[in-house]
Ligand binder design. Sequence first.
Ligand SMILES: Nc1ncnc2c1ncn2[C@@H]1O[C@H](COP(=O)(O)OP(=O)(O)OP(=O)(O)O)[C@@H](O)[C@H]1O
Length: 291
Amino acid sequence: MLDLQQLGYRYPGSPAPALQDISLHIQPGECIGLLGSNGAGKTTLLSLIAGLIQPQQGSLRWQGHNAIGLVPQSLAFHARLRVSENLQLFADLYRLRGSERQHQLEQAIDAAQLESLLKRTAAQLSGGQQRRLNFALGLLQPAQLYLLDEATVGVDSANRQRMLQAVRSLADNGKAVIYTSHYLPEIEQLADRVLLLSEGRLLLDQRLQEQPAQQFSARWADTIPQALVQLCHDRHWSCSQQGNQLKLELSDPQQLQELLQLLASQPAPVQLDYGPASLEQLYLHSSGGQL
Ligand SMILES: Nc1ncnc2c1ncn2[C@@H]1O[C@H](COP(=O)(O)OP(=O)(O)OP(=O)(O)O)[C@@H](O)[C@H]1O
């Protein structure tokens, strides 16, 4: 759908590039979480994709139609107009007509839960309600790719869940989504692929289902059974011990089988966890501890 090849961008007068050497391919139906600390280049990347700024290096190629729905980080609506008037204005802007117009309006109002706010002017809305209006206006546009820049900042958790559901269903209906947030659980819930930017470079591009490592962790009431420590040592598995807790990264199902076999003959742990490494662990590991 969209190919970025060695994209680079430096703001005029800025000493360092905001983005360099960014290559990626975006496919229909992908929900991509875009992570990075403040100033990492997330908004710049979305602006390049949206065509708001032009790349100075590299190329950006669309296959097919390049219709984009944008939910910008800075609120973009008319403060003096009512919520309903803003929605109608943007529907005009996107040239929506007839049943498509009706459908898009209903969906956007529902996704942002705006029914009870339609008559208020945008200026009269709270911060979180304004964020929801901003979200609805971006979703209103029929598009192949949606770019959402910190779309849920300041929104309460019930409304945020509704918004995340709406974003997820865009991807489930074959639209591509790029979603930035500093809130990792949100990305973990939503995204099937994660990009991590650091100082303008793409540090990580990972599908979440393909995370290779599984995290095994067990804690005992008194001490870690020596036989277990010995097994890790003999097999050269890298494990870490903290007090009565043992943590291991497993890359092979066979390892888990061996571990469990041994565990069955040892004192039972008081706590046992096994599962994919969390996004937070992955993020901390890739970014060298920067959140
Ligand atoms: N209009 C501008 N003029 C000059 N430099 C800019 C401009 N906008 C952004 N930058 C710089 O480009 C770099 C990337 O900024 P960008 O806004 O893309 O980061 P971000 O990852 O979106 O950050 P945040 O999480 O704070 O929103 C930063 O160093 C920033 O200072």
